[in-house]
Design a protein. Structure first.
Length: 183
């Protein structure tokens, strides 16, 4: 697997494909094939939709619009009209439709249908009951937003392996260094 799915919602995982937005930005969707693999690995489709450069550019634009809407919602701000229009436009295309086969569920989609499915997840998320559960990762370098479904609602990181362990290890080293410094 090339992609990580920690956020609890496909729209948030999609927005998280641009990592470290505030520092050394790292683009996970760097080619049409990486977008194809994201759709398959996320479980939205079983067969890669055969994305091309134009599909990638549109998907990145919708991803950025989703991130803009999510961060506005977290901040309690109004939605950006352009971002709203872009997500709604993408969602108007019919989504990927699963089919029942002798082997079970199978979903194929065009690039437009796969992107529509992601946009519809964003709309459902931002208008649904899990909005109060959305949190941004506590790692200052990470900009992922996740759904905190933990029992006490105290989850801080998008994932322990990706961010939590780094922060905890850095805090431990800082405490050890401070304890070793003579006063």
């Amino acid at each position: 697997m090339n992609h990580v799915f920690l956020c609890g919602d496909p729209a948030l995982d999609f927005a998280g494909t641009l990592r470290a937005r505030r520092t050394s930005r790292f683009e996970m969707l760097d080619a049409p094939a990486s977008l194809d693999s994201w759709y398959v690995e996320c479980g939205l489709v079983n067969a890669a939709p055969a994305c091309e450069d134009g599909d990638l550019a549109r998907a990145v634009a919708v991803r950025e619009a989703i991130y803009t809407l999510v961060t506005a919602r977290l901040a309690g701000d109004g939605y950006d009209e352009q971002a709203l229009a872009l997500v709604n436009e993408a969602a108007r295309t019919p989504p990927a439709t699963p089919q029942l086969t002798a082997g079970g569920r199978w979903t194929e989609a065009t690039p437009e249908q796969a992107l529509s499915t992601v946009a519809r997840h964003a709309i459902e998320l931002l208008s649904g009951p899990e909005v109060p559960l959305m949190k941004e990762c506590a790692n200052p370098e990470c900009t992922k937003v996740f759904i905190d479904r933990s029992r006490g609602g105290r989850r801080e990181w998008c994932g322990m392996e990706s961010c939590g362990n780094k922060i905890k290890a850095a805090a431990y080293r800082a405490r050890k260094k401070q304890a070793a410094t003579p006063r």
